[in-house]
Design a binder for this molecule. Structure first.
Ligand code: C5P
Length: 279
């Protein structure tokens, strides 16, 4: 029996045989409205863990630091043990969701520049939107805020390009960061799945994400599986291109130089943090 470190709404984090690493189990539960609505979708945990693994591997491959190490079972992921920042960072490429509800921006409009919103991760307070001034007063330095913005933009660039290749618009996504217990490196943590991003078909504009569940439209498992199948095919194709280019003089299809971000030394006191993600 593995010891539980933390039980979140849809994920459980277990101790592993290495004190610097954890095992994350993705469950079949789906939640919306801060846990007010809950259901089980059989097979969703497996599909989400596979989607997350593919996307984390793609990010690791181009030099974006993440908590992901490898899959350790069908729903189980081996990751760095991290001290989570109590933040949800949302990056938006198109207007949807709360941005459409809370502003006069019309749903579906493509934003000229990706918009980054920081939220305080606190269920009781309803995950309020933060301003950078509030963050500075909470102990976040300008350096850390700048680094988070840069990381989020890089991740968005990589993921937008991946989803573009499979005919999907990455409308928006929520990211969570933490520092590794081993050496305090800032890494992307949590998960990368249709539970925490909006994906619309470029052809039909249909949702392939949790909005199907939020709006009771059904077809959640089918949509998530479609995303996984398309990603799997893309990754196989890319592997074939890499093998081909390694035997020829053609350059690799990804230029990693733009992701080469020096990590500033964190001298300021760390903001209050929790041990692990609670998604
Ligand atoms: O609700 P809102 O429109 O601000 O959500 C923006 C993005 O962040 C969506 O992709 C949504 O699924 C994701 N999100 C999340 N967890 C939250 C809030 C938003 O994954 N607690």
């Amino acid at each position: 029996m593995m010891n539980i470190i933390y039980k979140g709404k849809v994920k459980t984090i277990y101790e592993s045989d290495n004190s610097y690493e954890v095992l994350i189990d993705h469950e079949d539960k789906i939640c919306a409205g801060n846990g007010k609505k809950q259901d089980i979708i059989v097979g969703k945990g497996l599909v989400n863990s596979q989607i997350s693994a593919i996307l984390f591997e793609q990010l690791n491959d181009v030099g974006v630091k993440t908590h992901y190490l490898k899959m350790a079972g069908v729903n189980l992921m081996r990751c760095h043990f991290v001290d989570m920042l109590p933040l949800e960072v949302v990056i938006r490429n198109f207007v949807a969701g709360s941005l459409a509800k809370e502003t006069h921006l019309r749903k579906g409009i493509h934003l000229n520049y990706p918009l980054i919103d920081f939220y305080l991760k606190d269920d009781e307070l309803g995950d309020p939107l933060l301003t950078e001034d509030r963050m500075r007063n909470m102990g976040y330095s300008d350096i850390l805020i700048g680094l988070l913005r840069k990381r989020v933009l890089e991740i968005n660039l990589v993921l937008t390009s991946i989803f573009d290749s499979i005919g999907l618009h990455l409308i928006d996504l929520k990211l969570e960061f933490g520092r590794t217990i081993r050496d305090a490196t800032l890494v992307l943590a949590d998960e990368l799945s249709p539970d925490n991003m909006r994906l619309w078909s470029q052809e039909t504009h249909e949702s392939k994400d949790k909005d199907l569940y939020r709006k009771d439209q059904g077809g959640v498992f089918e949509a998530y599986s479609e995303v996984l199948n398309k990603l799997t095919v893309l990754v196989e194709e890319r592997k074939a291109v890499v093998v081909e280019s390694s035997t020829s003089s053609d350059p690799l299809p990804v230029d990693i130089s733009e992701f080469d971000v020096p990590e500033p030394k964190m001298e300021e006191p760390s903001p209050e943090s929790s041990l692990v993600s609670s998604e």
